[in-house]
Design a protein around this ligand. Structure first.
Ligand SMILES: [Mn+2]
Length: 330
């Protein structure tokens, strides 16, 4: 590990222009790791361009903005006109697979410079010249922290904040089983370096739009349980959107709320979009129900645990139909 780290650092140290990227739809670990790595490269006087394959999520924008990090972004792919010409090193953090790097493969495969991967995921592909993959790391940020330390880059407040965001995002604020003693020791070190943990907590967990939470309340008011509390169904109508001023994007993750109930095996959420059209129905399961198969009868699809369909009809009719079909299954 130490040797691999030293080798990777040697490559970075001899680079003049690094293209640094991370996986599409970046989360806190992806962005925090990329920001910390970019700041370390800058500290060493190495020019770095950060490429995001999706727009910078508003929630995490502070990680880049507070330290003045510039980036280029695509729309779930590389931006138009993107080229690796002029770069001598290509560095990816928090993934090592092409499926997570849409649009990049053709560029990287003909790239003559060094191709480096720093990651903690088990699934890997073998296209990089050098890889630093540590699956026991709770976050890619842990590996980046080790790189930065071995490189003798001082962990200032900006780097510490980026790394802290990486750690808390991938460990559910140190709740997940992936949290290891190293994670907590590193967290302590980052707090000593000046991380404002309360500020990060507020930005990540207490930063929802009022519209979204009031829509959530509406959805929860519509919750009905069937079949001895094994089936949960919620619906959101056009009036709910109008009166809360929320949008369809604000329904994200709502369907998971009923799964908190011990007995619930399947959850369905119906959305009557303000834009009109058929009723959107989402299904989630934590039991026997195969959501994908279930959704097929409505010409929908997805995965065993999560699927969706679009059904024509009024909200009340579709709700009755979905409940009836679920009762046949569960
Ligand atoms: Mn990660």
């Amino acid at each position: 590990m130490k040797d691999q780290t030293a080798k990777l650092l040697a490559t970075l140290a001899s680079s003049k222009r690094v293209l640094l990227t991370t996986h599409v739809r970046p989360d806190g670990d992806a962005l925090g790791s990329a920001a910390a790595m970019a700041l370390a490269l800058k500290h060493k006087g190495i020019a770095v361009t950060v490429l995001l394959l999706s727009r910078l999520p508003t929630k995490y924008a502070f990680v880049f903005q507070d330290c003045g990090l510039q980036h280029i972004a695509g729309d779930n792919s590389v931006p138009a006109g993107f080229s690796l010409d002029g770069f001598d090193t290509f560095l990816v953090v928090d993934t090592g697979t092409w499926s997570q790097l849409p649009g990049l493969r053709e560029h990287v495969e003909k790239f003559a410079g060094a191709k480096l991967v720093v990651d903690h995921h088990l699934t890997q592909e073998n296209w990089a010249d050098q890889k630093l993959v540590l699956t026991e790391a709770a976050a890619a940020g842990e590996i980046v922290a080790e790189l930065i330390e071995q490189w003798d880059v001082p962990i200032d407040k900006q780097i510490a904040t980026a790394l802290y965001v990486a750690l808390v995002s991938d460990t559910g604020w140190f709740m997940f089983s992936s949290t290891r003693p190293f994670t907590l020791r590193l967290a302590a070190q980052l707090i000593e370096a000046g991380v404002d943990t309360d500020d990060i907590y507020q930005r990540l967990y207490q930063n929802e739009r009022a519209e979204r939470v009031t829509l959530q309340a509406r959805a929860m008011q519509s919750l009905e349980l069937h079949a001895d509390n094994r089936i949960a169904i919620m619906s959101i109508g056009k009036r709910d959107f109008a009166e809360t001023r929320a949008g369809v994007n604000d329904t994200e993750n709502l369907i998971n709320i009923p799964l908190q109930i011990r007995t619930v095996q399947a959850s369905a959420l119906l959305t009557d979009s303000p834009e009109g059209g058929p009723i959107r129905v989402s299904f989630r399961s934590k039991g026997q129900l195969d959501c994908s198969k279930f959704a097929e009868q409505f010409s929908g699809g997805g995965h065993a645990r999560a699927a969706g369909a679009k059904i024509e009809g009024t909200l009340a009719d579709v709700r009755a139909l979905v409940v009836a079909k679920l009762l046949q299954q569960i």
